[in-house]
Design a protein around this ligand. Sequence first.
Ligand code: AMP
Length: 402
Amino acid sequence: MKILVINSGSSSLKFQVIDSETEQVLARGVCERIGIDGIFTYKTSTGISIKESVPMQNHTQAVHTLLDTLVDPEKGIMKDFSDIDVIGHRLVHGGEKFSGSVVITDEVIQAMTECNDLAPLHNPANLVGVEACRKLMPNTLMAGVFDTAFNQTMEPKAFLYGLPYWCYEKHKIRRYGFHGISHKYVSQRAAEFMGQDPGRVKTIVCHLGNGASISAVKYGRVIDNSMGFTPLEGLVMGTRCGDVDPGALEYLAKKENLDFQQIMTILNQESGVLGISKNYSSDFRELKDAEIKYNEKAALAREIFAYKVAKYVGSYAAAMNGVDNIVFTAGVGENDSDIRQEICEYLGFLGITIDEVKNRERAEAVRISDGTSRVNVLVIRTNEELEIAREVAAVARKMGKQ
Ligand code: AMP
């Protein structure tokens, strides 16, 4: 089956066409600056590469652009749209309603719209992508894969806050956890790489990118995830604060005369390593360069980040009563060997020892712990698009598609 994977954000839309049998990426690209001007980037497995300005006033025009390119006689990879068997959408928040992938129907769109308040930055943008595809390819099967779904196996002891129970009953205020598509792919790939049965291992996945989260995956099921009701909780991130005492926010609001919206802007966009480094950068590469030049706040930002990751890993090892694999993934986790080294130094008590040469190796999957380490430490490149393609292929097969 040929699967078009769509990851639709507020002003960008990423896409890949994946052959589900060979798992080869036939084409990939991104429509950026939708609604502003429009930049279209596109690459195929046959060596075609394009980056050009294409006016895209809305997501429908973006989907138009990518579809037209996919069937273009010179740049394309298929004869017509009917060559696409299924469209798979990345959907961020499925609330408690969705614990797996689904065929997108009017009812699903309705249920997702009801979840919009839970993820106001992400869900509406996802739905715009869904609607654009429906308009242009009304007869093509569409399936959705939720970023919250893999985390739905968390038990109440992990997902409930210490708030009055009515907050959950009445408003579904609880921890949902995010990055589930990545945590699922990476935890399973780690077991496959190590020749283990995923149903018998305890894995901690550290998805460390601009947004960062950690999950505890026990015998193939998530038992905890560091993100909460929204993707703001947990680790210190690029621009997000992570865990913070709500009492401090009330104090700050009073002292600075700020309303809730202003406080949320600080927490989401002005905090994290960007805020700690006094606005130097949210990019870990730039922070590293600054640290080398004795920028104290940049060094502190990286130090706090690593410390917090180690604290979560330690607590998840306790939550699972042990750990077999610790996996680093996403932009920082895959590329920043110094941060990995720093985090692992805190974890010596788990019997972890790192092979410094392996830690600097770059590969799709690599074990960076040495032969004496009691826990396997791995670096695995995440592949959310492939995970989405796998899941929607399974949904399509259930619907009788071959
Ligand atoms: P992601 O959200 O997974 O795309 O990760 C993006 C982040 O990865 C960027 O903000 C960078 O801070 C970080 N990153 C990417 N490449 C490197 C690298 N070579 N070294 C350190 N950090 C990196």
